[in-house]
Design a protein around this ligand. Sequence first.
Ligand SMILES: [Zn+2]
Length: 200
Amino acid sequence: MALIPRRLVMTRAGCFYCDADDDIRICLINHLFGLKACYKHFNNAERDCNAYMHENNMVKIEDGLMNENVKKFFEILGENFRVLRSNGQINENWKLCKNTYTERYHIQKVEGMWAFPITDDYYSKMMPFRYYLKKELGYVSEKLEEIIKNIEEDFDKGLYIDYYKSQPKPEEVDDHSKIKQIFMSNGEEINIIKVFDSTK
Ligand SMILES: [Zn+2]
């Protein structure tokens, strides 16, 4: 049985796959969004969460950072990196968003471009990898172009492709709640507006 990840608020306490209520673990995609499973079915929950992320062009930030090309990308950018402000000034103090108890971040395709979440500790936004090819930011090189091309190829192919292929057709879908990240774009920067949509 394959399940679709859902909001975990007000859901039953037991394993979603077999109803067992011993040793329940939670496989999370986002805060309170994922699947509950017993130890026997935790692999199923992981498989189904990864398949869901594949289908929705999302990669957990921690999984994305394991990718060799993403590692090379951040070796070039460093821990703090530059963002061009709308007034043409350069801000130096942006960094990757880190997961917290209530926020989980993803590398995600937004408006057709793979993008990663960044913050200056006040705002957060999704920044396309390609953004760093802008000359004004001072990172561009043939090597960086090659790295970004490879990142986009890897992510288009899908980091969770094996999970996706291994997922049987869902036999039971009893909840259609969807994770939703709403993005606002001014053409190059994409701001995260809202993470959850529990209207369904
Ligand atoms: Zn179970």
